[in-house]
Ligand binder design. Sequence first.
Ligand code: FES
Ligand code: FE2
Length: 361
Amino acid sequence: MPQSVTFPWSWYDDADILRLEREHLFRPSWQYVGHVGMLEPPTTHFPAEAGGVPVVVTRGPDDELSALANICAHRGSVVCSAPGTSDRLRCAYHAWTYGLDGSLVRAPRSDREATFEASEHRLRRMAVETWGPFIFVNATGGEPSLEAALGDVPERIAESIVVDRLVFRHRAEASYRANWKICVENFLECYHCRVAHPSFSQVVDTSPDDYVLEAGTAGSSQYGPVRDTWSGRFDPVGPIERGQFHLVHPNTAINVFPGQVNLSIGPVLPTGPDTTVRFLDYFFAEGTDEGWIQTLLELDHAVGAEDLALVESVQRGVSAAPGRRGHLFLDSEVLIAHFQEYVRGALPAEAATDRGPGVHL
Ligand code: FES
Ligand SMILES: [Fe+2]
């Protein structure tokens, strides 16, 4: 049953909770790391992160896609720090050098070590799968499959978009002085849209009777129709009739705006108990009008800046009152309740008991 109280506010500023979330939510999940265009020849590899683990995604000689833990087998340095075109990955510390499949091909001075076996040392493989052009990596082996983890989201998107035909256009990056759950929860309701996002609300109908919130098995989906009388620079009329905003648990956001064919996707990544980074990759149909793309990016940039101020404001408040909890409206904020239920269910029971209900200031 969804609860109308939030997590204890201490959960938004607690290194122990974050450690448990990394172990139980992030590491076992599929993480969006980038798109297939990032490995177009001559590029052979790029670094990323999956569940807090540094990753290098590679394209081998037969175009075989691999994901390797980007952690040197020697003493643990991160091996690859930038995209590259070489068929070798060379650690900057002592020059241990690996093939694109992670095998160790050279370790200087290893000939002076009588018992050293190169085959016993490699960059560990991680699970990698694609959905259309989108590459996902799983740090702990890939069960359940990416397909299962995405649930019905690809089907919902396929109603209006063929993801294989999307063309990458732009990556936006942002950092927040806020816990990652505050960022996700802000994404999961549009109760604040009319108040805090004037330009978005000129275009999308955010009224409670028309803006749709749907909890799913893999996450949740929101649908925002175009207002009957929309206004502003952004033209929402086109083949995509309504906005779609999906969360795939625990931290992948996927947005489709109304208008021309478009999609943006990216993770919400904790960098500490009260700090978060995000990146968002924007894709469009080939040949989409450049002026229209610009107005979409401007609109989303404005919404992002407004959200940044909101989540940082929440962090200041909840950090100051760790013994309290907030209230959720189970009509307008039901997807936050759904998300919190998922997080509680994924964390070990003792975390929910020790730090859960019954905490008051
Ligand atoms: S840590 Fe990578 S070569 Fe020494
Ligand atoms: Fe918002």
